[in-house]
Design a protein around this ligand. Structure first.
Ligand code: ADP
Ligand code: ZN
Length: 808
């Protein structure tokens, strides 16, 4: 029998299935989805079995054999295998990269070398200097030896390898670690235990207690737990084991990241009228086993999560499974708790704060069908369920659902593809849907569901704008407007809490006039110019337009043109200057580096240990604290001028999210947005809580400029350490695209990327805008093929992003 295998070598030349012979001993075990070890050239690599067949298109005599099996059960299901092909084509990735991204990191292969004595030889042949290194072991790990050896010893070792005294052998391992514990269980039946009890003397108190425990509970128990629970000692357990009353053995335990945490179960809440209206069609689709994509557009606090929970209840009642995706950043303890409280041990959680081992174990709970709900960030979309009844993507507009390294997949598209396969509904939820999604819903491609009111008719917060240009004119040079400081003081008096949000994205990349709010924009592209430090110029990274940095504002002729830059630490300092007594909890990359610190800071804030929660993007979502009545946004426009056609959309989304943190319960909330561009529609519509008006306005801009959702985009990124070659290749590609695509498809570039050099590599790009382009995939694949030779020999690198979210 022949196995069709994708090998773990990510390169153009190896991006196809290879045929290997299945040796008789593996005949029954090699099935699609299983991982194996195969010889590949001089090496050994891991491979994924895609299929098994009787025949091969190659000379069978020349085929190599599968050397070993990695798995007993296939980690990838048939459905995931075929999904991997779809993702490969959709994202123009290597097949192996897709297969690997579907599995937890712990399952990636680990390649190492072992040094060993050749068969039949003895330590006597070894040079004396090397003997101590081997410590009488015939096989040693090369990397470990290298760490210990002096340069002389290394030389000697390599020489011995050459002479055949030692052998080097490549080994493929995994990083899978399993947690093993010693467990104790009774070796006798209950009756026999009782009999034994009668033979014990009265003062053998500890032994009696222990046996009593096993008369009551016959199941196995980790020895540590047993000692703690029954108050006995290790020696008592040991002596009873020696007497043959108890048994000790090693057992595997799945690590539980939420071990020791108690979750009180909560019942489903009676639905509000709006929730009831939106959940009805969802339940129908679940019951009928019908695929449909719903876009749940509900304002912040409208109770979307409750809709998810009760939709999942219906799914579980039909014996099916559900995946819930939430952005990493909003995978807060609060969010996890809500799912754990409703579904208890049916839930597996997958997010980056877990250790590799914990993630591996949570993943295996899914694969072993021990859980029915997976809650996780982007990659949880590949959760290996086999009877999916629903996929939910919360905050569906979040760009983190797009992976920004190969394979560049978007979880939304993967979700819909899986939903089709399983005939199950997909719910995309957001208060601020992506323009693409809302446009599809309006066209009827998705089923639009709307919730306009907050639960219990809690009012949406009153949003105020403060014009920082005006503040400056009035002599306020600080980073806080007078209104914000007054608002903070008021909250302090009333013992209420404040969230201060600093938008860090986009700092220093644009310049702005502090007097009038002027921002330098490209005359051809309606996009702000990027400040290039190295060349001291402003450039448009879409069309390449370049200009010098003005010293005076071209608009108001003032001299206050500035780059932007300020961090949370600075804000903390400044705020303390104004209000020395204030208790600030700062949450940013610096204060959340340690495991668990994120959770601790939030629970401190929830417990009222701080007046202000100050932070960046990571506090924008998912927070639900009843005492927050004021949200202040410090630099609302910093993102507005990123060289990205989605910058207005992102600004609107982020401000709406942040505003949504205020006044979610009884106490009314207020939001103060500090901005230099109060008239901008993405800020105005946050004040009005008006997504639809924002949508219509932004759609007009996209239509005019020819961006999604009116056009699809693809970007070809070229980089090389040789600047000339980067330009030359990008030019050639651009010409090739011009000649290959239909007339209506537009090609832009070559243009230098906004960050024109990273790690000494020069970066160029060209952009394709198209509506219908049947040849897209084949032409783009052609480019990769054309340059594969050059890429493997030189520093040239080309990658293609078929649905870009990162524009630079
Ligand atoms: P969203 O996800 O839309 O921002 P949430 O699901 O967080 O909104 O709901 C906001 C608040 O309202 C939460 O505290 C939640 O417990 C509560 N809530 C949701 N649905 C109901 C309901 N039907 N009855 C009572 N309270 C509800
Ligand atoms: Zn331009």
């Amino acid at each position: 029998m022949i196995a069709k295998i994708i090998v773990d070598v990510a390169a153009n030349q190896t991006d196809r299935q290879f045929d290997y012979l299945i040796p008789p001993r593996f005949q029954d075990s090699v099935v699609p989805g299983i991982r194996v070890i195969v010889p590949f050239g001089p090496r050994k690599v891991q491979g994924f079995v895609m299929g098994v067949s009787e025949t091969s298109g190659y000379n069978i005599k020349k085929l190599k054999e599968i050397e070993d099996l990695v798995d007993v059960e296939p980690p990838l299901t048939r459905e995931l295998l075929s999904l991997s092909e779809w993702v490969r084509d959709d994202t123009l990735s290597f097949h192996i990269s897709v297969l690997k991204v579907m599995l937890p990191a712990a399952m990636r292969a680990k390649y190492r070398k072992e040094v060993m004595l050749p068969e039949g030889s003895s330590f006597g042949n070894l040079p004396a200097e090397l003997k101590p290194l081997f410590q009488n072991e015939a096989i040693r790990d090369m990397d470990e030896l290298l760490k210990k050896m002096s340069p002389e010893e290394t030389k000697l070792l390599l020489k011995s390898v050459k002479q055949g005294i030692l052998q080097l052998q490549p080994v493929v391992g995994t990083q899978e670690t399993r947690k093993k514990l010693i467990v104790v269980k009774p070796a006798l039946s209950k009756e026999k235990l009782k009999d034994y009890l009668t033979t014990l003397s009265a003062n053998a108190k500890k032994q009696r207690e222990l046996i009593q425990h096993f008369i009551e509970h016959s199941e196995e128990i980790p020895v540590v737990e047993l000692i703690e629970k029954s108050g006995t000692s290790r020696s008592t357990v040991k002596s009873l084991t020696e007497k043959g009353v108890l048994k000790q053995e090693e057992a595997e335990f799945l690590r539980d990241p939420y071990e020791g945490r108690e979750f009180h179960t909560t019942e489903a809440l009676p639905l509000t009228e709006e929730q009831y209206q939106v959940i009805r069609p969802v339940h129908e689709a679940v019951t009928e086993g019908r695929h449909e994509t719903f876009l749940l557009h509900g304002v912040t606090g409208s109770g979307k999560t409750e809709v998810y929970l009760q939709s999942i209840e219906r799914v579980l009642s039909m014996g099916k499974e559900a995946i819930v995706l939430v952005p990493e950043i909003s995978l807060t303890p609060q969010m996890v708790t809500r799912f754990k409280e409703r579904f208890g041990s049916e839930v597996a959680v997958l997010h980056s704060a877990l250790s590799k081992g914990e993630k591996y174990d949570e993943w295996r709970r899914i694969r072993k069908k021990e859980v029915k709900v997976a809650v996780g960030a982007r990659s949880a979309i590949f959760a290996p369920f086999e009877n999916l009844g629903m996929i939910i993507i919360d905050e569906e507009h979040e760009t983190s659902y797009k992976q920004e390294e190969a394979p560049r997949y978007h979880a939304r598209e993967v979700a819909i593809t899986r939903g089709r396969f399983y005939n199950c509904p997909v719910i995309l939820g957001s208060a601020t849907p992506a323009l693409e999604s809302y446009a599809r819903a309006k066209k009827g491609v998705y089923h639009l569901l709307t919730m306009e009111r907050r639960v219990k008719d809690v009012k949406l917060p009153a949003v105020k704008i403060t014009d920082m240009r005006q503040e400056l004119r009035e002599g306020n040079r600080s980073m806080f407007s007078n209104a914000l400081i007054d608002g903070i003081k008021e909250r302090l008096d009333r013992n209420e809490q404040i969230v201060l949000f600093l938008n860090r994205r986009g700092y220093s990349t644009f310049i702005m006039c502090r007097d009038c709010g002027y921002v330098a924009e490209c005359p051809h592209c309606d996009i702000s110019l990027t400040y290039h430090r190295t060349t001291q110029s402003l450039q448009c990274h879409y069309c390449g337009h370049t200009e010098t940095i003005p010293t005076r504002c071209p608009e108001c002729e003032g001299g206050s043109i500035r780059f932007f830059g300020s961090g949370t630490q600075k804000v903390e300092e400044e705020l303390r200057k104004v209000l020395p007594e204030i208790r600030i909890i700062r949450m940013d990359v610096d204060t959340t580096r340690k495991k668990g610190s994120h959770e601790r800071l939030l629970s401190d804030f929830g417990a009222g240990k701080g007046d202000v929660l100050l932070g960046t993007q990571m506090i924008a979502k998912g927070l639900d604290f009843p005492n927050i009545t004021l949200v202040g946004v410090l630099a609302a426009d910093s993102m507005l001028h990123l060289p990205d056609f989605r910058s207005s959309e992102r600004t609107f989304q982020l401000l709406t999210q942040v505003s949504g943190r205020a006044g979610r319960h009884e106490k009314p909330g207020e939001v103060i947005i500090q901005t230099y561009t109060p008239e901008h529609y993405s800020i105005q519509n946050v004040v009005l809580h008006d997504y639809v008006t924002f949508f219509n306005r932004e759609m007009g801009v996209r239509k005019q400029a020819g961006y999604p959702p009116y056009y699809y985009l693809a970007i070809i990124h070229v980089s090389d350490t040789d600047l000339n070659n980067a330009v030359k290749v990008t030019e050639k590609i651009s010409k090739f695209l011009q000649s290959s695509f239909s007339e209506n498809t537009l090609i832009y570039g070559p243009v230098a990327s906004a960050i024109p050099r990273i790690k000494d590599r020069y970066r160029y790009q060209c952009m394709v805008k198209y509506k219908v382009e049947p040849k897209l995939t084949s032409v783009l694949q052609e480019i990769l093929k054309t340059y594969q030779g050059e890429m493997s020999k030189s520093e040239l690198s080309i990658f293609i992003d078929t649905n870009p979210y990162m524009m630079f």
